[in-house]
Design a protein around this ligand. Sequence first.
Ligand code: FES
Length: 82
Amino acid sequence: MAEPKHGTKPIVIEETVGKKAYCQCGLSAKLPYCDGAHSRENTQCKPIVVEVEAAGTKAICQCHQSGNLPWCDGTHSRLPQA
Ligand code: FES
C-alpha cells in the first residue's frame, strides 16, 4: 500500500458551502478531499462526508485524533512528536 501523504497538522483552506468528502486514508492526490484512493489502495478507510453550511476558513484534521472530526480541535499540538 502507498504511504499516506498527509502529515499530523491540519490543512487550512477557504471552504465553500456544500457536500464535502474529506480524505481519511491520506492517499488522496487532492488532499484534504477524497479522490477515491481509499478504494484503489484497498484501505479500510472511508472519507468523512459533511455538509458545509457556511463558507469560510476551515482547518481539516490530518492527525485523526480530533474530538470533532473532520475539523481540527488542536489535539495535534498535544500529541507526542514522531
Ligand atoms: S490536525 Fe489538529 S486535531 Fe488533528
